[in-house]
Design a protein around this ligand. Structure first.
Ligand code: CXF
Ligand code: ZN
Length: 372
């Protein structure tokens, strides 16, 4: 077939921090060497999109990093994908040849790692133009556009039988939570687990803990709606810090005979991480940090907590090798070994994406899937 041309399509452009997205005619470049151009089918909004939209300074920009779609065209040298392939995007790629990728341990690729400048990894340029101006990317995915270009190392091929409008959640939130429970904490049967923050990520830790046979799964959140909703996901008890007289760590220690086996911070609040560390038990207590802090990222904790045998761990994508490990999660979904559907509380057409941002900002949804 002939060489791919520029595509003009609809894209939701953020022109400034916190400003409503504007539907624009976006010119999407052909994929460059080792890149693919994707027709986005479904994308959901994650807290990181919201946080970056509110607090970052790189604009104009197209957000979105939890997405599924169909390959429209491939750049030079791409052998892994062809037109028509179904894919999930990943916001940390795997080049397969750097020290991190070759280590075989789940970690951050040195070549296709988290992209923070809004540019493509390969040439530090953008693939979007609006009104003659370059538009920045987000996490090298930018799925809030009918078409986007990603590095072939930042996409995963999936079977055409998989429902794209569901599995897009495995691209970030649900995978992050399950992986934190299984890969990072490695929760064992009978454990007592405390989850701080009951959004999609926290509730995915809940699912992971339940599947590992945790006997107590205690949720902590100051949003009564989120506490109520969490029960359906397997939470055995909820604690709302606002209605406690004592500091939250005191409360948790009180109800867990001195502390939990595992604590998970899914809020992205460094004080909450301190609370989590203080809430796990001496000897073997493990606290996992997986929330993404928006402000005040430094954490503080008493040194003695570590001397007493507690461990602090973290992960950005649940410790999954983003590209290599996602297919196994997709398979688990297809075999009904994990569930995704209940995290989708809302569905909206692309034109109503600002509504989805508002729902997320007001804490009124888990995931709102945008149908392109
Ligand atoms: C995040 C991870 C931390 C930086 C921004 C993107 N990924 C998913 O939400
Ligand atoms: Zn995300």
């Amino acid at each position: 077939s002939s060489a791919p041309q520029v595509i003009t399509c609809k894209g939701a452009v953020a022109w400034g921090a916190g400003e409503a997205l504007v539907m624009e005619e976006v010119e999407v470049s052909p994929p460059q060497p080792l890149e693919i151009r994707i027709k986005v089918v479904s994308t959901s909004i994650c807290c990181s999109d919201l946080a970056a939209w509110k607090h970052h300074t790189i604009f104009p920009r197209i957000f979105g990093h939890e997405a599924s779609g169909v390959v429209e065209s491939v750049g030079q040298g791409v052998t892994e994908f062809k037109e028509g392939d179904h894919v999930l995007t990943v916001f940390i790629g795997e080049c397969m040849s750097c020290k991190m990728c070759k280590s075989g341990k789940s970690t951050i690729c040195q070549v296709l790692g988290l992209e923070k400048k809004g540019l493509m990894h390969s040439d530090q340029k953008t693939r979007f133009m609006v009104k003659g101006k370059p538009v920045y990317h987000y996490c090298a995915v930018s799925s809030f556009s009918e078409y986007t270009v990603v590095h072939s190392g930042c996409a995963v091929k999936i079977s055409p039988h998989v429902p794209l409008e569901k599995v897009c959640l495995l691209s970030c939130g649900v995978a992050a939570g399950l992986g934190a429970a299984w890969n990072v904490a490695d929760i064992s049967k009978g454990s007592t687990v405390v989850i701080f923050g009951l959004g999609t990520v926290g509730l995915s830790v809940v699912q992971g803990a339940k599947l590992r046979g945790a006997s107590r799964i205690i949720g902590v959140d100051n949003n009564p709606r989120k506490c109520e909703n969490a029960k359906a996901f397997g939470i055995t008890e909820v604690v709302d810090p606002n209605s406690c007289k004592e500091p939250i760590a005191q409360v948790i220690k009180g109800i867990t005979d001195g502390g939990a086996d595992f604590c998970f911070e899914c809020v992205g609040d460094s004080d909450m991480l301190t609370n989590a560390l203080e809430s796990c038990c001496d000897g073997w207590g493990v606290t996992v940090a997986l929330g993404v802090p928006r402000v005040k990222p430094k954490i503080s904790a008493h040194y003695s907590l570590f001397l007493r045998g507690r461990t602090l761990k973290g992960s950005i994508f649940g410790g999954w090798k983003p590209k290599s490990d996602l297919p196994s999660l997709v398979e688990k979904y297809m075999n009904k070994e994990i569930q995704i559907d209940d995290y989708i509380t809302h569905n909206l057409p692309f034109d109503e994406i600002n509504k989805a941002f508002n729902l997320m900002a007001e804490g009124k949804c888990l995931r709102c899937v945008i149908h392109m």
